[in-house]
Design a protein around this ligand. Structure first.
Ligand SMILES: *Cc1c(COP(=O)(O)O)cnc(C)c1O
Length: 500
């Protein structure tokens, strides 16, 4: 039977893959999940010889069952092309006994490119398949990296518009510059006077506002999401865990069937959920190690079974993980609640009303595949400095949070033998100031772009195109609004009839 998607909040709401991609979010705030996880039925010797694109096809065809081979290959081949600065797309780098899976070789030098370079193709293909006449409006909240990656993916894509909300004071200077200089007549970037959770909640509210949807429809628009709540983002992220395993095998780092650990710097829980799905597909993954920064709501959850967002929101040097409501965790909660939409809805209602919920002992037992920990700000800087000094390899702050947690994992469990892949989610050039300050505090007086040049020399790595591009680019987007004004801003942008 073909795999379909069902809402985590309503067992009667089902969708094909293309319908789920178009909608982004299910009704009542639910998320679409596959009704079953398909098995990766392909020999490792064969898989290990495949290119990234071929691997992507083998994985994605199992999830996107209403796409034809031609459609899917068209999407894959247009996404994973020269936009990436390496043919391997996601290379593995061994340093200090761990394997860094570099997911930042795309157009905007963060791992969001892995999914957002293909999402526009998946979405426009889905629109065609479902005879959608409206223009698709991508509505996105970003903690910094999704925004730029989505803008870059959707800029000037016919039949689409994209609106990005980011916390005005919650992203790095380079991240902000990347977004506000975005070209494309269909792009719109708005800073909000609020944090990421408020941006995300505001966007979610617009998605579930029936009267807004009606007004949009009358004007010839419909919303979709580029956030990781869209399964069109989740599925492409499974690919690189399969690919990483196959490359570890091909390189002789692991034997056939030998398990490896995966460490993922986590915010919205999308990336690590993809690793969980890869494990469920049969990829020999031992522990899924969930790394948090000082916003350690997930660490507390894995330790206690209580998810509690009632706490101070901390701005850290890894802003893309400054999140207290990890949206994709709902997909895991639904799973460990026995794929029970009613039970899941109870937890999510509690989260909305009280800001916390506690899962049952029975549910906790199903979390044994996960290990959670966190790295604080000092620890993050120390990891960057120590790795640079011992190996010359420079990692970004998010990846450093993961590396710090991997060290804690080894200390706590004694598991130092299992080969371990660390998801390296951003180029250090995206968080230059924090990275350089970690290595030496004498850099403090330099400008952001001077630091870029300095980092290039120090790490012996060429300055990525994505950074060169924004050095002298003019600011195009300067709208700032209050959290309460998000909907008004959306209406104005879409209904004013003016393109910039
Ligand atoms: C988005 C992001 C994360 C967090 O990923 P989630 O899928 O939201 O858990 C980590 N690091 C970087 C650099 C990111 O951009």
């Amino acid at each position: 039977m073909d795999l379909v998607y069902v809402s985590t909040r309503n067992a009667d709401e089902k969708a094909t893959a293309s319908q789920a991609i178009l909608k982004g979010l299910a009704g009542e705030g639910g998320l679409f999940v596959p009704t079953s996880i398909p098995t990766l039925d392909i020999d490792m010797d064969e898989l290990s010889k495949m290119s990234y694109q071929e691997t992507a096809y083998e994985v994605m065809k199992l999830f996107l069952t209403d796409f034809t081979e031609e459609e899917l290959k068209y999407c894959i081949n247009n996404a994973y092309d020269g936009k990436f600065d390496t043919e391997q797309i996601a290379p593995l780098v061994k340093a200090d006994g761990a394997y860094y899976l570099e997911l930042f070789h795309g157009a905007t030098i963060a791992f969001k490119d892995m999914a957002l370079s293909i999402l526009p193709y998946l979405l426009t293909t889905s629109a065609k398949k479902n005879h959608v006449k409206n223009e698709i409006v991508i509505l996105t909240a970003t903690s910094g990296d999704t925004g730029k990656a989505a803008l870059s993916g959707f800029a000037d894509v016919p039949g689409t518009k994209i609106i990005v909300f980011y916390p005005k004071n919650g992203v790095s200077p380079i991240q902000e510059k990347q977004m506000v200089t975005q070209k494309g007549a269909n792009t719109f970037v708005v800073g909000i006077n609020g944090n990421f959770d408020q941006a995300q909640t505001g966007v979610k509210q617009m998605f579930s506002d029936a009267s807004l949807a009606k007004a949009m429809d009358e004007a010839g628009y419909q919303f979709s999401s580029a956030n990781s709540i869209n399964i069109g983002r989740l599925v492409p992220q499974i690919v690189y865990y399969v690919y990483a395993y196959a490359k570890m095998y091909e390189n002789g780092e692991i034997g056939k069937g030998e398990k490896m650990n995966v460490v993922v710097p986590t915010g919205n829980f999308g990336n690590i959920l993809a690793a969980y799905y890869a494990k469920k597909m049969g990829v020999p993954i031992a522990k899924l190690i969930c790394a948090s920064n000082e916003n350690k709501v997930l660490f507390d959850f894995f330790r206690t079974g209580v998810y509690d967002k009632n706490r101070e929101f901390i701005l850290t040097s890894s802003p893309s993980m400054d999140i207290l409501i990890s949206s994709n965790l709902e997909r895991l909660i639904y799973r460990i609640a026995g794929d029970d939409a009613d039970k899941n809805t109870e937890f999510m209602d509690k989260l909305l009303r009280e800001g916390r919920y506690e899962v049952t002992q029975e549910m906790r037992e199903q979390l044994a595949d996960f290990y959670g920990n966190f790295t604080d700000e000092n620890g993050t800087a120390e990891v960057i400095k120590a790795l640079y000094e011992s190996t010359g390899y420079v990692i970004d702050t998010h990846t450093a949070v993961a590396a710090g947690v991997y060290q804690k994992y080894k200390d706590e469990t004694g598991d130092t033998d299992t080969k371990t892949v660390i998801a390296s989610t951003a180029s250090p050039f995206k968080f230059t100031r924090s990275v350089m300050n970690a290595i030496d505090d004498s850099y403090e007086r330099m400008s952001d772009f001077e630091l870029v040049d300095e980092l290039s020399k120090l790490a012996n790595v060429e300055i990525p195109q994505a950074i060169e591009e924004i050095r002298s680019a003019p600011v195009i987007h300067d709208t700032v609004c209050e959290v309460e004004e998000m909907e008004k801003v959306v209406r104005q942008f879409l209904m004013s009839g003016k393109e910039r």
